[in-house]
Structures are given as structure tokens and as C-alpha cells.
Design a binder for this molecule. Structure first.
Ligand SMILES: Cc1cc2nc3c(=O)[nH]c(=O)nc-3n(C[C@H](O)[C@H](O)[C@H](O)COP(=O)(O)O)c2cc1C
Ligand code: SF4
Length: 669
């Protein structure tokens, strides 16, 4: 049994004690605006029950102009206190502690009333901000302090003042956004005046025995961002102004360096936090891509921080701490940092949830209760849909047999895990394996279940997945043509010059696989070099690396798509740009709006802009979509046959939909 002595050690704050060193980091879930505060409370109560040492809520606006979007939730008036009281009561009933984050968006606010130090529009909002006058600044400070006081009244154990990620307070700190010439701009002393003043006023508003965390931008990753010395100066001033704890923020939202995506190495920015250790007297928290108890323990043991923040891992598994404490870290559902059901949802106005755990944010509605009567259930296909269905059904008490003709579980996840930068998928397959065992699912691998074998079950779930779609290009039977399955699973030999047909998620993955030798994701120094983040004082904005160029790509790859739109436009909202940038960095050419004419010895003949073109290549890899594999569904006869996952709707490696469908079906079986 592994123990985590550093992670599970209490943190003494003088007037109160946190039971361990794990903070659930702030996440706005879009639940806050829906008015169902019982659901919000249930979300946090589950994380408190699961053992988080301290929870921080998603950002709450101190006033309407500071909201991230019009109508964003906040603590604007005393009437809001009752809603928040529901959250704090439930968390306290579960033995937890919770702080409310006060977030003023400044020029990041997506609304016409936004305000900022200077009238400089942000690249991620269409709304130009109004530069605040002296009275306007005083109003913002007063509103933030009042929101903190209301948070105390609502029963919170503390507040977190959001000072990073390029929001309002951060905007005052750097000349990138602050061009003022009064006492709030110019010298660094002037530019840091607002965050320090906010800290003082918040402390005065809440009294001494209340946790006040300041989220400090450790590295801005934008042009003219704060230097490390300035960060230290601010940290010391914030401590002197009354902060209890300093939390870490990494990169502004407009930064073009990935900070939380799958391809960011685990704990990839803890070294930045470590530079602050010993320079302040209050506890320091490190954040970003800490997703296992082992990583958390190691960071704390090495003195990178006094506490760790985990945000998305608490979506993936509310019981992260409890399972680690019980010596069952193998059962912790891993956050694979895909952003597909959390941050992407946030930007789409949907409730944030989790690809791995569809119950996140849906605690009151998607309930996994014991089945009224145990039934014999066959699930065919051990991909993400079949696995999640089988595990959930078995957890409910059903006798579940899971078949797969392959000798391993995972289905299409086994392709994803081969792609450089997607190593987290390994952990996901391992977790599924542990859960299959724990839930008592009978696993029959290497078994092709036919209609006869399935006849004795009470219910059959067909999760047989997908087949590659046939793009019907003349000459596609040429020996130089491979499918993505041959490349990612079959280990087929691929030539030096490659044309990749189809620029969906799989086309991008295949291209990455073909141009990348060793994966920088598991080699932090290499990753930092690739993105130009070797020195906090020089790492300004990413994309064009300041440091030495990454290793030469392994192959010449041309990535093609039929649609006449930006290549990769349909990839994840918050991650598509990273995949595009990574491939461009490795010299992959991208061509959109093409039609495929034929493949022959010379290569792939296409038409682009009405003109014929030859992509001279040794190999053509087809990544032209999928078709549902549902032969079995049509063959099985019985009172109850369900079809889920790719067998239901063919979609590219859509594990989010597959897992959601699997869990939801099992919840009602
Ligand atoms: C859906 C979502 C919403 C977030 N909302 C906030 C927020 O309101 N305030 C904040 O400070 N950080 C917010 N974050 C950032 C997280 O606190 C955290 O810094 C980031 O997810 C990296 O940590 P992780 O790898 O542990 O998830 C959000 C992140 C996600 C995924
Ligand atoms: S959706 Fe992906 S990134 Fe978000 S919490 Fe779940 S696994 Fe992590």
C-alpha cells in the first residue's frame, strides 16, 4: 500500500487547519447561472466527501461589469447569500472546507460594460473596455471587498482573490494592458498598487480569522509580462497586505503556450512555483497538470510547494483524496487533460462535466443506484462505451459479461495512447482495467460473441465500435496506401514522404505520430524548449520558440482535407490551436479544399483551387472517417438489445460521447 505522507499531512494556518495539502482548484462550471443551487451544492458536496483539503469555487463576479459574461454569477447583493449558504452548508456537512473565488474579468469580460486599466481591447473578446477613472477604480476595489465580506456571511471558510490568468488585477500589473500615467500605472510600484490595495481591503472586510488566498500569475506568457523579480516583489507585498496563502496561476488566457492541455507534461509548471519558495512566509500552492497522488506527493516532497491544486482531476474523480488515503490510487479515474467535456463545454455555454466521469456536474440527475433486481447482461465490445457500461451495470449489482474479440481492452483508446502527447490515455485504459476487476465484470477477451452465445442473457449491449470509412479514391488499392489503423495499431511501415487524407482528430493524431520521434510530453526540458519557456523572464508568448529549435521532424507530411475551411477547425475549441501549432512547428503542410483524383506510383493527385496538383509521396494514409460496425446488433434477437458508442453513431474517437452513453444506459438497466 502506497502512502502519501506529504500530501496527506495537515496544513496549519494558525486560526484553522486544513486536513491535507490538496486544494480543489477553481472551476466555473456554468451550473452557477442555471439557478439550480441544489445541483451546485451537490457538485461541491461530492468533492468535500471525497476528501479535498480545501475547495475553491469557480470564479464569482464582484459586480456585473466584472462578470466573465453578461449574467455571470456573483455575490452582488445580500439576496445572493442564501444560494451560497446552500453550498457551504452541504460542504460543511461533509466535513469539508470551501473558499469562494472572487473573479473580476476586466477586459476579458464578454460584454459591452467591461472595464480595464486602459482602453486596450483583448484579443479574446470583441468588446473594447472602458478605461477606469479614479472613482471607477475605487468602486471596483470596494465591490471586491464587499463580495468577500458577503462570502463570509454566506458561510465560506475563505475567499480566493483571482489575480492571474490575465484577469482584471493581472491587467494592472503589466504594460501590455496598463498604459496609465497616474498612481495606478507607470512604475511597477504603481502597477501593483491595485492588487495590493484589493488584498488590504479584502482582509479588512473579512477579519483576521478567515482564509484569503491570492491567485498570483507566476508566469504571464504574454509580451511584456511580469519578470520573476516583479512576481516575487508582488508576492511579498500581497503577503504583507494580509494574504493567508498564495496560489499559482500559469499563463494568461490569450497566451499561445499550452498550459493545461494533454500535451503539457504532468506538473509542467511546478518549477516556476518552486522559484518562489523561501521568498515568502505564507504557504504556496502549485497548480496545473497534477493528476495523480504520486505526482502530488513528489512535488511536495521535493519542496516545490506547500500544497497542490488539482482542478480537473476533481471532475474526473471527486474521491481522489479518499481513494489515495485508502491505498487505492489505482481506482482514481484519471483526468487525461483533454478539455473535451470541461473547458470546451464552458466555452460552448454547456455545463462543464468530464469525459471520464459523466456524472461530474450531473450529480443530482445521473444517479447510480443499486438495481432493483440483478440481471444477466452481456456487453459486446470493450472500448470506452462498452467498458463504462459494463462497469456501471456491475456496480449496480448486475451480473455482467464483457466480450471483445481483441486480446486487450480499450478498443480505439489503444490507438489514441500510441500518439505522442496522448500518453495520458495509457492511464485511462489502466483505470478501466482496474475498475473492471473491482466491479466484478466477467471479461471474455479473444472471444467473438455471436447471436447464439448471447441468447441466454437478459439484455445485450452492442458496443462494437467503428470501421474506417472507405473514401473510394481511384487507386486506393495501391501498395503505398494504408489506413490509420494499419499505422497506429498495426505498426505498418511508413515511407519518408506521406500524404494524410482527412484532417479530423485522427488525421492530426496520425500526422503527429509520423513526424514526432520521442514525445516531449514525457520529457519536460524538451517540451519547455519546444514552446520557448526555458526562462520565465524570456518566455513571453510562445509559438515562435525563443530557445533552440526542436529536433528535426521524422518525416515530411502533408495533411489534406476536402472542406474549404481552416484545417482542424472542428477540433476541440480550447485545444485545436495547440494541435495545429504543434504540427506547424514540425513542418507539416496543411491543404484544405482539395478533391482527391487518384493514387498511383507518383503519389496522390488532387485538385485544389481548380488546378491539378501532385502530392509526391511514398505513403498515403487514409483517415477519412468511420462507419458504425453494427452487424451484431442486426443479428442478435432478444427482448432487450441496446446499441451504444461508435456502433450507434460513428464518430472519430469520440470517447466523450461513448462513455456518457455507456454510463447513462447502465444507470437505467
Ligand atoms: C472548466 C474550467 C473552468 C475553470 N474556471 C476557473 C475559474 O473560474 N477561476 C480560476 O481561477 N481558474 C479556473 N480554471 C482553471 C483551473 O483552476 C486550473 O488552473 C486549470 O484547470 C489547471 O489545473 P488542472 O490541470 O489541475 O485542471 C478553470 C478550469 C476549467 C477546466
Ligand atoms: S474532460 Fe478531460 S480534461 Fe476535463 S476533467 Fe475530464 S478528463 Fe480532465
Amino acid at each position: 500500500m502506497t502512502s502519501y505522507p506529504h500530501m496527506l499531512r495537515p496544513l496549519e494556518l494558525g486560526f484553522t487547519t486544513l486536513k491535507n495539502r490538496v486544494l480543489m482548484g477553481s472551476m466555473h462550471t456554468n451550473l452557477e447561472e442555471r439557478g439550480d443551487w441544489n445541483r451546485v451544492a451537490a457538485f461541491y458536496a461530492a468533492r468535500a466527501r471525497g476528501g479535498a483539503g480545501l475547495i475553491v469555487t469557480g470564479g464569482m463576479a464582484p459586480n456585473p461589469e466584472g462578470g466573465v459574461f453578461p449574467g455571470a454569477s456573483g455575490l452582488f447583493s445580500d439576496e445572493d447569500i442564501a444560494h451560497h449558504r446552500m453550498i457551504t452548508d452541504r460542504v460543511h456537512d461533509e466535513g469539508g472546507k470551501i473558499a469562494m473565488q472572487v473573479l473580476h474579468a476586466g477586459r476579458y469580460a464578454y460584454g459591452p460594460d467591461c472595464v480595464a486599466p486602459s482602453a486596450i481591447k483583448s484579443p479574446i473578446s470583441p468588446f473594447p473596455p472602458k478605461a477606469l477613472d479614479e472613482a471607477g477604480i475605487e468602486k471596483q476595489i470596494a465591490d471586491i471587498a464587499t463580495a468577500a465580506a458577503r462570502a463570509r456571511e454566506a458561510g465560506y471558510d475563505g475567499v480566493e482573490v483571482m489575480g492571474s490568468e490575465g484577469y482584471f488585477l493581472n491587467q494592472f500589473l503589466v504594460t501590455h494592458t496598463n498604459r496609465r500615467e497616474d498612481r495606478w500605472g507607470g512604475s511597477y510600484e504603481n502597477r501593483m498598487r491595485l492588487p495590493v490595495e484589493v488584498m488590504k481591503r479584502v482582509r479588512a472586510a473579512v477579519g483576521d480569522d478567515f482564509i484569503v488566498i491570492f491567485r498570483l500569475s507566476m508566469i504571464d506568457l504574454v509580451p511584456n509580462g511580469s519578470t520573476h523579480d516583479e512576481v516575487v516583489q508582488l508576492a511579498q507585498a500581497i503577503e504583507a497586505a494580509g494574504a493567508t496563502i498564495l496560489n499559482t496561476g500559469i499563463g494568461w488566457h490569450e497566451a499561445r503556450v499550452p498550459t493545461i492541455a494533454t500535451s503539457v507534461p504532468r506538473a509542467g509548471f511546478a518549477w516556476v512555483t518552486k522559484k518562489l519558495m523561501g521568498k515568502v512566509g505564507i504557504p504556496v500552492i502549485t497548480s496545473n497538470r497534477i493528476n495523480t497522488p504520486e505526482v502530488a506527493e513528489q512535488l511536495l516532497a521535493e519542496g516545490c510547494a506547500d500544497m497542490v491544486s488539482l482542478a480537473r482531476p476533481f471532475l474526473a474523480d471527486p474521491d481522489f483524496v479518499a481513494k489515495a488515503e485508502a491505498g487505492r490510487a489505482d481506482l482514481i479515474a484519471p483526468c487525461i487533460a483533454c478539455n473535451q467535456a470541461c473547458l470546451d463545454h464552458t466555452f460552448q455555454g454547456k455545463v462543464s462535466s468530464c469525459l471520464v466521469n459523466p456524472r461530474a456536474g450531473h450529480e443530482t440527475e445521473l444517479v447510480i443506484a443499486p438495481a432493483e433486481s440483478a440481471r444477466r447482461i452481456a456487453v459486446v465490445g470493450a472500448g470506452p462505451a462498452g467498458l463504462s457500461c459494463a462497469i456501471t451495470a456491475a456496480q449496480r449489482g448486475h451480473a455482467v459479461t464483457l466480450f471483445d474479440q481483441a486480446d486487450e481492452i480499450g478498443g480505439q483508446l489503444n490507438m489514441a495512447r500510441k500518439v505522442p502527447g496522448k500518453e495520458e490515455f495509457d492511464g485511462l485504459v489502466d483505470w478501466f482495467a482496474a475498475m473492471v476487476k473491482e466491479a466484478g465484470v466477467t471479461l471474455q477477451l479473444g472471444t467473438r460473441a455471436d447471436a447464439e452465445a448471447l441468447s441466454g442473457f437478459d439484455a445485450v449491449v452492442v458496443a462494437t465500435g467503428v470501421l474506417p470509412r472507405d473514401p473510394q479514391i481511384p487507386g486506393q488499392d495501391h501498395p503505398k496506401v494504408l489506413s490509420y489503423v494499419d499505422v497506429l495499431r498495426g505498426g505498418a511501415e511508413v515511407g519518408q514522404r506521406v500524404a494524410v487524407v482527412g484532417a479530423g482528430g485522427i488525421g492530426f493524431d496520425v500526422s503527429e505520430f509520423l513526424v514526432t520521434g520521442k514525445s516531449p510530453t514525457v520529457d519536460l526540458p524538451e517540451w519547455l524548449r519546444e514552446w520557448g519557456v526555458t526562462d520565465p523572464d524570456k518566455a513571453r508568448s510562445g509559438l515562435a520558440p525563443d530557445g533552440p529549435q526542436p529536433e528535426a521532424p521524422l518525416r515530411e507530411v502533408v495533411l489534406l482535407q476536402r472542406k474549404a475551411e481552416k484545417v482542424g477547425k472542428r477540433l476541440g475549441k480550447t485545444t485545436g490551436w495547440i494541435h495545429r501549432a504543434a504540427l506547424m512547428l514540425k513542418g507539416v503542410q496543411m491543404k484544405a479544399g482539395v478533391s482527391y483524383e487518384r493514387i498511383d506510383d507518383a503519389g496522390l493527385h488532387i485538385i485544389r483551387d481548380g488546378k491539378p496538383e501532385l502530392i509526391a509521396c511514398d505513403t498515403v494514409v487514409l483517415c477519412a472517417g468511420q462507419e458504425s460496425l453494427r452487424v451484431l446488433a442486426d443479428a442478435v434477437e432478444g427482448p432487450e438489445v441496446h446499441v451504444i458508442g461508435g456502433a450507434d453513431v460513428a464518430a472519430e474517437l469520440d470517447a466523450k460521447r461513448a462513455i456518457d452513453q455507456g454510463v447513462r444506459l447502465a444507470a437505467g438497466l
